[in-house]
Design a protein around this ligand. Structure first.
Ligand code: FES
Length: 357
């Protein structure tokens, strides 16, 4: 059931010029429901200029700290991020959905593990939660963080990363890459490239001894790192990523056009949500189940509408759909008939989907 709770902002401060860190005051009676796993996100909702605006932000705090904190970077023209960075203040109320997301691996203190992480800009947010949690709960694990930013000043959580380095100096190593500032070590200037990744796997990363690799940033960076590491011998199931949605590639647009050709007209849709059923006929104006259902008056969970956050996840019980894009569900989830309703184009006369999953 798409349930938002009214939550008070306990604290807000500027971490960098364009990024605010917001701490929420989760009331005692909701703390169990708001329990989270490192790497998960919160969906925030606010009416801005008469519009229902929702965005997902990763928690940067660790579950072991019993703190709920997100970092919100102001995006030019971004309605929610601009509001959060210019108007939001301590004491304000926001509508927040319980934590969700699957950008994590289970903590396992029994087996020593070496982790690597690649982040760009605000991609550090889930990574910080993941790093803090594993370092704290797995006393023998190591973490190497490769973090890309424009300038030293734009590094989000620079201080906190330094403190973690001091605290876990034998187990946590960081490498800062900058795109708009030249430094003496040429290798650390500019974006990640195939050559740089090869240098890393030749000198700093032992692929055979890497338990998991986490990547968070723009699509191009994620796929480059993923492909290079797969070529270097890291198995795909050890590579976990969370994407910043920044539009679809040409190839994806081609795939979307093909999917839309299979769309059935006037599909009868049954939605199960909160144990109740809701039925409607898909209006031709909409190509996906989520938009069709919202237009028909359903109240369903969603945030990015770009196939990234998985907030709109549901299970297909009857009928068939094809997804335009899917950056959020793992292959095992798709095999279990889970779909992203914001990307699900109905391809049969009738479709039944269950949101109580
Ligand atoms: S709303 Fe984010 S994946 Fe559908």
């Amino acid at each position: 059931m798409a349930e938002f709770h009214s939550i008070k902002v306990a604290d807000i401060y500027k971490e960098t010029k364009d990024t605010s860190v917001v701490t929420f005051d989760i009331p005692e009676h909701l703390q169990e429901d708001f329990g989270f796993i490192q790497g998960q996100h919160l969906t925030l909702k606010k009416e801005i200029n008469g519009e229902d605006v929702r965005r997902s932000y990763s928690l940067c705090s660790s579950p072991v700290d019993r703190e709920w904190k997100v970092a919100i970077k102001q995006i030019p023209g971004g309605a929610f991020s601009t509001y959060a960075n210019t108007e939001l203040k301590a004491g304000d109320m926001l509508e927040i959905m319980e934590p969700s997301g699957n950008f994590y691996v289970k903590v396992d203190a029994a087996t020593p593990k070496n982790y690597i992480a690649f982040a760009a800009g605000s991609g550090i947010t889930p990574m910080l939660s993941i790093i803090k949690t594993h370092l704290k709960l797995e006393p023998e694990c190591t973490f190497k963080l490769f973090y890309l930013n424009r300038t030293a000043k734009s590094i989000i959580f620079k201080e906190e990363i330094e403190q973690l380095k001091n605290k876990y100096f034998q187990r946590f190593h960081t490498f800062h890459f900058l795109t708009k500032e030249q430094r003496d070590i040429e290798f650390l200037n500019g974006r990640f490239t195939s050559e740089k990744l090869k240098t890393l796997t030749d000198n700093f990363i032992d692929i055979d001894d890497t338990a998991h690799c986490f990547i968070c940033g723009p699509q191009e960076m994620i796929f480059l790192i993923r492909d290079e590491f797969v070529n270097a011998g890291l198995s795909k199931d050890k590579i976990h990523y969370e994407l910043f949605y920044s539009g679809n590639s040409e190839e994806e647009n081609k795939h979307i056009a093909e999917v839309l050709e299979h769309k059935a007209e006037g599909t009868k849709v049954t939605i199960i949500d909160g144990g109740k059923e809701f039925q409607f006929i898909m209006d031709d104006e909409y190509d996906n189940l989520l938009d069709g259902a919202l237009a028909a008056g359903a109240d369903l969970p969603f945030a990015c509408k770009g196939g990234v956050c998985s907030t709109c996840k549901c299970k297909i019980i009857e009928g068939s759909v094809e997804m335009k894009v899917n950056y959020a569900l793992a292959e095992e989830e798709v095999a279990k008939n889970l779909i992203l309703s914001c990307q699900a184009v109905p391809t049969s006369e009738e479709v039944v989907v269950d949101f109580d999953v």
